[in-house]
Design a protein around this ligand. Structure first.
Ligand SMILES: *[C@@H]1O[C@H](CO)[C@@H](O)[C@H](O)[C@H]1NC(C)=O
Ligand SMILES: *[C@@H]1O[C@H](CO)[C@@H](O)[C@H](O)[C@H]1NC(C)=O
Ligand SMILES: *[C@@H]1O[C@H](CO)[C@@H](O)[C@H](O)[C@H]1NC(C)=O
Ligand SMILES: *[C@@H]1O[C@H](CO)[C@@H](O)[C@H](O)[C@H]1NC(C)=O
Ligand SMILES: *[C@@H]1O[C@H](CO)[C@@H](O)[C@H](O)[C@H]1NC(C)=O
Ligand SMILES: *[C@@H]1O[C@H](CO)[C@@H](O)[C@H](O)[C@H]1NC(C)=O
Ligand SMILES: *[C@@H]1O[C@H](CO)[C@@H](O)[C@H](O)[C@H]1NC(C)=O
Ligand SMILES: *[C@@H]1O[C@H](CO)[C@@H](O)[C@H](O)[C@H]1NC(C)=O
Length: 473
């Protein structure tokens, strides 16, 4: 049962979606550490000492933000004038089985496939201890220093709604997050300060919404029946959560991303719900903290051409479109040769640059150098890969050996291809407003790891270096 549902969902997605759809991805005081009794030790909103944020100030003259006084702020990032170059802090404040399989193994329960089932099936004190250990260790300040040293200028930090310490006092309704286990928020606050110290700009990304906006494990809940877009109450709750987030930390981030990967492909009322949510979310952020902070929306798997003229000036200011680019989740694209992957990527360039010319800034906010879905549990814990037939989609492509895991087992020609593919995608994204790679770090899937790419040389130490400067013409 728990295996067949997601497989059905994924097969359905493969059949229905266009080939570019994606998967799926204040200063904290030292005494404010979470505990089972007090998972949100930040106390009341606005308490504690706040330091100024990175670059969400006056920007290109659009106003200030809620940041308070403190040490020097970063210069506002000039979106559209310099390319966003960043990495996603994946698998940290929102767990994903394929990024940290050891965490899931350590539950001793194969039915724990996401944070929702973690909260349901593991003793809550034990689960919170496991999570706290993970939050403390998976990403540290050194990672932020290493990201900056790699010449990058942005981090995108995913967080789930269940980690946002909104209380009934902030709303007029109950705010239970059961069965989720909250407690990640103080780690986000630490990270925002690490980012500032390292000179990194921040996209704060709401990655999981009440009811699940896509049914992917990375929304918090792996399910074939996500309900967010079908329930106005879930959507309005999300607006309240985003409002709370920007009031709390809007001064510490450059961009608030209203929601990751809402499932426009669900059809029905979903596309309209998403459109309404982007508009209402934009208005809510502007009302709460003014115009200093940028607002990021997504194409919602509908293609950027569905968003012509949406949230553009003069009705809206400071909006960034996010589009995700993966070529590993459907059989058409898994069947591409290496050169076909490059070619397909290059075909995106003219559409991207036309979109930013006519509309708003656009960032390729998730993408990868991986060309197979072989990474263990990429399609969900216990789910196999299309590539080698361990997920049966009626077609196989070969053995997974040599494509994922540790790069020590990879051929030179594969690594050479990865470098070309990296450069092609960067060229295309920089024809728009830039890119954010998914993701910085993985436990055992080097084909997805920016950190491992730097070590292995298929990602350059300086992201402006090019071995193939004309790869997309
Ligand atoms: C804030 O910082 C001031 C000065 O460093 C200190 O006296 C005060 O106790 C701090 N307040 C909190 C809530 O940490
Ligand atoms: C901000 O810091 C500056 C320099 O320390 C100080 O002059 C100013 O009064 C502070 N502003 C606020 C609002 O605390
Ligand atoms: C997790 O468990 C699976 C199945 O027992 C095993 O194949 C895999 O090596 C384990 N992974 C880690 C990281 O412990
Ligand atoms: C999983 O099993 C190991 C070995 O028996 C044990 O040490 C650990 O506490 C168990 N984990 C959980 C979450 O129960
Ligand atoms: C909460 O407040 C909103 C706006 O004032 C109102 O529309 C809604 O009916 C209220 N809900 C409850 C449960 O009181
Ligand atoms: C989503 O909306 C439904 C319908 O109003 C409600 O029953 C459910 O509790 C909501 N889910 C969350 C997580 O808020
Ligand atoms: C910007 O700061 C000024 C002066 O502190 C304040 O009056 C104004 O409301 C702020 N604007 C926004 C958009 O936060
Ligand atoms: C890639 O595109 C170029 C130019 O359109 C074409 O000549 C070449 O045959 C294509 N290669 C593949 C593998 O599709």
């Amino acid at each position: 049962m728990f295996l067949s549902l997601p497989v059905t969902l994924l097969s359905l997605l493969s059949a229905l979606l266009p080939p570019t759809y994606a998967q799926q991805c204040r200063l904290v005081r030292q005494d404010l550490v979470p505990s089972p009794d007090n998972p949100f030790p930040t106390s009341a909103p606005g308490s504690g000492n706040v330091t100024t944020g990175s670059g969400s100030g006056s920007g290109t003259g659009t106003g200030n933000s809620s940041s308070t006084n403190g040490t020097a702020t970063l210069q506002p990032f000039k979106y559209g004038q310099q390319p966003v170059r960043g990495v996603n802090i994946g698998g940290w404040l929102v767990l994903q089985p394929w990024i940290t399989p050891s965490f899931f193994n350590a539950t001793n329960n194969t039915d724990v496939v996401d944070e929702y089932t973690l909260g349901q099936l593991v003793d809550r004190d034990t689960a919170l201890q496991m999570l706290q250990n993970h939050w403390e260790t998976w990403i540290t300040e050194q990672d932020f220093k290493d990201i900056a040293a790699a010449g990058l200028n942005h981090v995108r930090i995913p967080i789930g709604y269940w980690s946002v310490p909104i209380t009934p006092a902030d709303t007029n309704y109950t705010t239970s997050v059961d069965p989720y286990i909250p407690g990640a928020w103080p780690y986000l606050l630490k990270a925002l300060n690490w980012a500032k110290s390292a000179g990194l700009h921040v996209v704060l990304d709401l990655h999981g919404a009440p009811g699940s906006q896509n049914g992917f494990d990375n929304s918090g809940q792996r399910t074939s029946t996500p309900v967010w877009g079908a329930n106005p109450a879930n959507v309005s709750r999300t607006l309240d959560i985003v409002t709370f987030m920007v009031k709390e930390v809007g001064g510490l981030v450059d961009v608030i991303e209203l929601l990751n990967e809402p499932a426009g492909f669900q059809g029905g009322g979903w596309p309209a719900a998403i459109r309404g949510y982007w508009q209402d979310g934009y208005d809510a952020v502007r009302k709460a903290v003014g115009s200093g902070i940028r607002v990021m929306i997504e194409d919602a798997f509908l293609g950027i051409n569905q968003w012509e003229g949406f949230l553009t000036a003069p009705d809206a200011q400071g909006v960034i479109m996010d589009t995700h680019q993966y070529q590993v989740f459907n059989t058409d694209q898994l069947g591409y040769s290496p050169d076909e992957h490059i070619n397909f990527t290059c075909t995106l360039k003219s559409g991207y640059s036309a979109y930013v010319d006519d509309n708003i800034w656009m960032v390729m906010g998730e993408w990868t150098t991986a060309v197979t879905d072989c990474a263990t549990w990429l399609n969900g814990r216990g789910v196999g890969a299309r590539w080698d037939g361990s997920m049966d989609v009626g077609q196989t492509f070969g053995s997974c050996a040599g494509y994922t895991g540790d790069q020590g087992g990879w051929s030179d020609s594969y690594k050479t291809f990865l470098r070309r593919y990296w450069e092609a995608q960067v060229a295309v994204a920089e024809a728009a407003s830039g890119w954010i790679y998914w993701c910085w770090k993985t436990e055992s899937a080097d084909d997805w790891s920016y950190q491992k790419g730097l070590e292995g040389g298929w990602i350059p130490q300086d992201p402006s270096d090019r071995l193939y400067p004309d790869i997309c013409g």
